[in-house]
Design a protein around this ligand. Structure first.
Ligand code: MRU
Length: 346
């Protein structure tokens, strides 16, 4: 069972999203029928996670076209509204990828764009299931003999962050289905708590045993030998394998290297960005410092304190044990990264 974070509502001609800012307290759906609503949902993290943003980019173009028809936009106006969606968050390459994937279909009308967006959804779920099977097999071969695999994960890379099933949590689900999963350590993932709010919620829905730990506990948990593998998702994988993911990921990777356990990156090939040469070139989103100085709207730092809030960090390829996509799996052995992308036509 997995929840659907993104869906098209044909009756309402609307992009339907689970409002992830309200979880785990309430399961609230919102329907977006304007570009303003789509951009606001992306920026406020109503919808978040790289593959989910890819689908939102694709359906967002249909939302813009429908609004343009209602309001009589010129072609230039329509294109500048589509651009607003493409640029609403800078780090996850999937958002721009989703917009660009449907863009050539705009000439065919809304139905053609929606058909392509539906394909993006289907392909993402298939990719997640394929990479999860491959990732689980790789992990099973390398860790813990036949004992259940104890996993640490950071942020949320589950159904909520994708179109279905999940990437890092997809591997967790796959290990569970194979009867090979031990305890899952969920980093809470400050500042916005995607781990304790979203990953814990998803795991709880399925009865998967987990504990939530403060991010500052992760290194100690790893060095004490309490986990066998760390598995994270990705927002952008550069051509040299450097990987951007939620802030805190690189610290987990360093601890894994020190402890000699694998650090696995799981992502669909839509997250691999051959146009970005190295991690240094990845634009790291700097969010409002209030997200750091406040928790759930309550100020914790003294009045006047300035928060520093980079939303992502970059883990260098040499700290990563495996990057797995639906098309392949690579260890940092000098192989070209394009082996993680399906060959044209496959
Ligand atoms: O700021 P967010 O919540 O969008 O950050 C999400 C992450 O960093 C995820 O780990 C990543 O997008 C992979 S989701 C499968």
């Amino acid at each position: 069972m997995s929840v659907q974070s993104v869906a098209w509502q044909p009756d309402r001609q609307a992009l339907r999203l689970i409002d992830q800012t309200r979880l785990p307290g309430e399961l609230v759906l919102i329907d977006c029928t304007t570009v303003d609503a789509v951009v606001d949902a992306i920026m406020r993290l109503v919808v978040r996670g790289a593959p989910a943003l890819g689908a939102v980019g694709a359906y967002g173009v249909a939302v813009a076209m429908l609004q343009g028809q209602r309001e009589g936009w010129s072609e230039d106006e329509l294109q500048s509204q589509v651009e607003r969606i493409r640029l609403a968050r800078p780090t996850a390459v999937n958002l721009a990828w989703g917009v660009e994937r449907v863009h050539p279909h705009m000439a065919g009308g809304v139905a053609a764009v929606l058909a392509e967006a539906d394909l993006v959804m289907d392909e993402d779920e298939r990719a997640n299931r394929a990479l999860s099977a491959r990732g689980a097999s790789w992990i099973r071969e390398r860790v813990a003999g036949q004992a259940p695999v104890r996993v640490l994960t950071h942020c949320n890379a589950g159904s909520l962050a994708t179109t279905a099933w999940g990437t890092a949590l997809g591997i967790v689900r796959e290990l569970r289905d194979r009867g090979q999963l031990g305890l899952v350590y969920v980093d809470e993932t400050r500042p916005l708590l995607q781990g304790s709010r979203l990953t814990a919620w998803e795991l709880g829905q399925e009865g998967i045993e987990y504990v939530v730990q403060a991010d500052v506990a992760a290194a100690s948990t790893i060095l004490r030998g309490l986990v066998d593998v760390a598995i994270i998702g990705a927002d952008r994988i550069a051509r040299n394998g450097d990987t951007a993911n939620k802030i805190g990921s690189v610290g987990v990777a360093l601890a894994c290297q020190a402890a000699g356990i694998p650090f696995v990156v799981a992502a669909p090939s839509s997250t691999v960005d051959l146009a970005t040469a190295t991690g240094d070139a990845i634009h790291i989103e700097l969010r409002d410092g209030d997200e750091v100085t406040h928790v759930a709207g309550a100020r914790l730092a003294p009045a006047g304190a300035t928060g520093f809030n980079p939303a992502f960090d970059v883990t260098p390829w040499n700290l990563i044990s495996l990057i797995v996509t639906e098309a392949g799996a690579l260890e940092p052995d000098g192989s070209p990264i394009d082996r993680l992308i399906p060959e044209a036509g496959t």
